[in-house]
Design a protein around this ligand. Structure first.
Ligand code: ADP
Ligand code: MG
Length: 917
């Protein structure tokens, strides 16, 4: 078989699946390359180190560096040069780096600044070695593993792009740039007798590609293979590199030609992009290949015999490519073409840089359309950018206040990458919620205190008033009584005196008619005395009455005081009760706040770990689906998280304990769409762990997830929920539950509406798992499962097709198993539902996972004689013949051959066609 189809086939795609979880689970075995054992030099540390345990990866080679498809952005600050030291001596730098926070602060003026976040922040003290390790090494390592990759430098002229990428480091070996160091690592890794490295060195100027190795070789065409998407430049010189010295020589030559070419064109090299393309070819030994090729239910390779066969076949070559791009200066170019630049030139530079920016943003947003075609630069990078490729961008900036405008613009372009995964804004929102709660509580407390104060004041004023009233009336009574008393005394005295006078007059003046008068007087005085006594008695009586009424009044007032005192006591009791209530409320609020904090932390942590927990991805038909969660999370925090826990498993277990499944599930119905999305991601992560699956299903998680497919309009929710369902659907009991709850029609609906290939992949994965259940075959078909599966091929994405193929293979396997067990089976339901044309069309698909599943499906279908006629009429016989001859797996080849020789229908057709078999 031509090596070309392996290029994009076997090793690459299967390894791609592996890649998605390599950040967590890759073991030295998983990252072992399918080629000769490492030479001592390669084992010495230049190889991907510590891949088995992310926590142990050395600084600068963080596990998260390896997320394919995403552009990692670092910023590097150039130190002040001599001129700036003099000219700007009085100015503070406009840039402040906070490497520990991965932040860059741009000072706008003396009192205002803006902060940006990057994947890596390299200060002016960063060594070239560190820059290489942070920016380029992960990319180089993935190139060594068979993936394409790109390293680019972007920045204003004079900020250090060429310094970062292109320094040869001949005088000072510590100054070697990324190109030189990358080649060193590649050369250290290859086996001279089987592998090869070759380079092309190009310049892209005004949408024209020029060869920097052979000047005059102009206007080189960019060719894209429509099938594989591979980009090549057949017109460019390719030089095979045998040692580091010749490579450095080549770089020097290229640089000289670049200078000459630009002088001739009357432009500066800062106006063109310099592109170094390193192609790396490795011979892959077949015997080492499929690390997960073994298919359950089929005989596995028989060691020695197959190795013997493999060695007779032509070797397989795996090819990968590293592209290093020194981009044209990013400074704003005057449209009028001043400074000696033409308008055309300005346009072409702006075109390629803005096209590049659009591609980066499209990748960051997971957009299905990445506008590669918009410029030559992006066309050239098409196969080394996004997808499975790994891309690093280093933004170089200058320290001078004079660069500020350019620097800010550049930085702003880049920061957009982060927006989609803005967990900070979520935290901010939660903070705002807490603040609202705090404010409401404070208001309540204040109202309460005011009320208490009011009651207290009122009670006090009433008591004071009662006391005042009491005292006043007491005083009044007393003074009245006193007055009356004094009055009576006075009257008595007066009377007494009068009596005295009368009696002395009697003695001294009246002698005559004494008798008569005496009698009269005595009579008179006796009468007046008894009158007087009666008067005094009356007075005393009055006094007593008065006193009694006063006493009564006093008692009454005392009663009133007592009443008020009681009232006051009741008010105090009320106050105490209210205080207690308030305390309770405060406690509850605090608890809520703590819970929110924990939840917040967990959400952020989990989201960060999402990527790492893409565990046990479907490789050999196991059916495990990785929820294609956003991989662009603030990876900066990775190391931090790793330090604090024992990896994602431990922290998910911790989450289980701390938050409780029920609570997480209840968040699925949260009002806040963001929280809903996060919650479903968390559930999906938990569902990826087999140990959690039963608990999730028991707690109603499966039902909630299925409901989300129906109730949510959000495609992310659909994608993640379907991923979780796919994982839960690995277990037979759950498969039946899903069917019982109408899962097939929900999944079909989701599939019909979905546009995102990743959503379709999840849905197809779930259905594929259901297809592997012998008991569900008929129901699956009746409820439209096969049709839904076939409907999803419209999307054309290889990952989706692979899942569809897996479903078909699973289904066919169940059918063939039933027929082998002697059950009476009619024609395959797959054929009945019209799957055969697609199967035949894709039987030789260049993507290995698709091809492998379909080859299996065909064998399974062919095992059952009832299917033979349809298979012949749809052209499947040819595919079976091809499989029996060319299939890379010996067991499948043998199976196909056996079927062809044992089936009477196939035999007679082969005879009719005069094909010797
Ligand atoms: P660019 O390629 O972006 O136009 P250069 O790489 O040519 O910029 O750098 C401009 C000048 O600054 C060169 O003299 C270079 O040696 C110096 N320079 C750039 N980056 C650094 C750095 N990190 N440390 C020391 N000197 C630097
Ligand atoms: Mg330069």
């Amino acid at each position: 078989m031509a090596s070309g189809s392996y290029r994009n086939g076997g090793p690459k795609l299967s390894a791609k699946l592996d890649r998605q979880h390599s950040a967590v689970y890759s073991t030295p075995k998983a990252s072992a390359k399918s080629r000769p054992p490492a030479t001592p030099a390669t084992a010495s540390g230049l190889r991907r180190s510590g891949a088995g345990n992310p926590a142990s990866t050395p600084a600068g080679n963080k596990g998260d560096a390896g997320v394919p498809g995403r552009v990692r952005v670092a910023v590097r600050l150039r130190p002040r040069n001599a001129e700036e030291l003099v000219a700007d001596a009085d100015f503070a730098d406009c840039v402040e780096l906070q490497p520990e926070l991965k932040r860059l602060k741009l000072r706008k003026n003396n009192w205002d600044s803006e902060t940006y976040e990057f994947d890596e922040v390299l200060t002016e003290f960063a060594s070239q070695k560190r820059v290489y390790e942070v920016v380029a090494k992960p990319v180089v390592e993935s190139v060594l593993e068979g993936y394409n990759g790109t390293v680019m430098a972007y920045g204003q002229t004079g900020t250090g792009k060429t310094f970062t990428l292109g320094m040869l480091g001949e005088e000072d070996s510590a100054a070697r740039g990324i190109m030189v160091r990358a080649m060193e690592d590649i050369l250290a890794d290859i086996s001279a007798d089987t592998d090869s490295v070759s380079v092309s060195y190009l310049q892209l100027y005004m949408e024209t590609v020029q060869d920097l190795l052979v000047p005059g070789n102009d206007n080189i065409a960019i060719v894209e293979d429509p099938k594989t998407g591979d980009v090549s430049l057949p017109g460019a010189t390719i030089v095979e590199i045998r040692d580091q010295r010749s490579f450095v020589e080549l770089l020097r030559l290229g640089e000289a030609h670049r200078f000459a070419a630009n002088t001739k064109l009357n432009t500066e090299s800062s106006r063109s992009h310099a592109i170094l393309m390193v192609t790396y070819k490795v011979h892959v030994k077949r015997s080492v290949k499929g690390r997960h090729d073994a298919e359950p239910g089929l005989p596995t390779e028989n060691g020695n015999a197959s190795r013997l066969v493999s060695s007779l076949r032509p070797p397989i070559v795996r090819k990968s490519k590293l592209v290093v791009v020194d981009l044209a200066g990013s400074e704003r170019i005057d449209k009028s073409g001043s400074e000696g630049h033409t308008l055309e030139e300005a346009k072409s530079i702006n075109l390629s840089l803005s096209a590049l920016g659009k591609c980066i943003n499209a990748l960051a947003e997971n957009s299905p359309h990445v506008p590669f075609r918009d410029s030559k630069l992006t066309r050239l990078l098409r196969d080394s950018f996004g997808g499975t490729a790994r891309t690093s961008l280093v933004v170089t900036i200058g320290p001078s206040p004079r660069h500020r405008g350019e620097t800010a613009m550049k930085v702003e372009n880049m920061v957009k990458l982060k927006e989609e995964f803005d967990y900070k804004s979520l935290c901010r929102r939660l903070d705002i919620e807490i603040d609202k709660l705090i404010a409401a509580n404070e208001r309540q407390q204040k109202d309460f205190e005011d009320e208490v104060e009011r009651i207290r004041e009122e009670a006090q004023s009433r008591i004071a008033e009662a006391e005042r009233n009491y005292m006043n009336s007491l005083e009044n009574e007393r003074s009245k009584y006193q007055k009356d008393y004094m009055e009576s005394i006075k009257t008595l005295e007066k009377k007494w005196r009068m009596n005295q006078q009368i009696s002395s007059n009697d003695k001294t003046t009246v002698e005559h008619d004494q008798c008569l008068e005496k009698t009269c007087n005595i009579e008179g005085s006796t009468a007046s005395k008894s009158e007087e006594i009666a008067g005094v008695r009356q007075l005393l009586q009055n006094e007593r009455l008065l006193q009694e009424s006063t006493e009564e009044e006093v008692n009454d007032l005392k009663g009133q005081v007592l009443h008020w005192k009681n009232l006051e006591a009741a008010a105090s009791a009320e106050i105490i009760k209210l205080r207690k209530l308030q305390d309770n409320e405060a406690n509850q609020k605090q608890k809520l706040e703590e819970e929110i904090t924990i939840l917040k932390g967990q959400l952020v942590q989990l989201s960060i770990e999402t990527d790492e927990t893409r565990s046990r991805f479907d490789r050999g038909g196991s059916g495990k689906i990785v929820t294609g969660l956003d991989s662009l999370m603030s990876q900066a925090r990775h190391s931090q998280i790793r330090d604090s826990g024992n990896g994602p498993k431990a922290s998910i277990a911790k989450l289980f304990e701390q938050v409780g499944l029920q609570k997480i599930l209840s968040l699925l119905e949260s009002e806040d769409a963001d929280i809903r999305i996060h919650a479903v991601k968390v559930v999906a992560n938990l569902a990826a762990e087999e140990a959690n699956q039963e608990k999730i299903v028991e707690a109603g998680g499966l039902t909630s997830l299925l409901m989300l497919l129906k109730s949510s309009e959000d495609e992310t929710v659909h994608r993640v929920a379907a991923g979780a369902i796919a994982n839960l659907a690995m277990n037979e009991t759950n498969q039946e539950l899903i069917m019982d709850q109408g899962g097939i029609s929900l999944l079909s609906m989701t599939a019909a509406d979905a546009e995102d290939p990743q959503t379709l992949r999840m849905v197809a994965g779930a259905v594929a798992n259901l297809c592997g259940n012998d008991k569900l075959q008929t129901r699956l078909r009746v409820e439209g499962g096969i049709k839904a599966l076939l409907g999803m091929v419209r999307c054309g994405h290889p990952d989706v097709l692979a899942q569809v193929a897996r479903g078909i293979a699973n289904f066919a396997k169940c059918e063939s198993r039933a027929s082998i067990q002697g059950n009476k089976v009619g024609k395959s339901l797959l054929i009945e539902d019209g799957a055969l044309p697609w199967i035949v069309k894709n039987a030789n698909n260049e993507a290995a996972p698709i091809r492998r599943h379909i080859e299996l499906a065909l064998c399974h279908l062919a095992q059952h004689e009832v299917n033979a006629k349809d298979m012949i009429s749809e052209g499947a016989l040819w595919e079976l013949v091809r499989i029996s001859r060319d299939c890379s797996r010996e067991d499948i080849r043998t199976l196909a051959r056996r079927i062809l020789t044992s089936s009477p229908t196939f035999q007679s057709e082969l005879r009719r066609l005069r094909i010797e078999y």
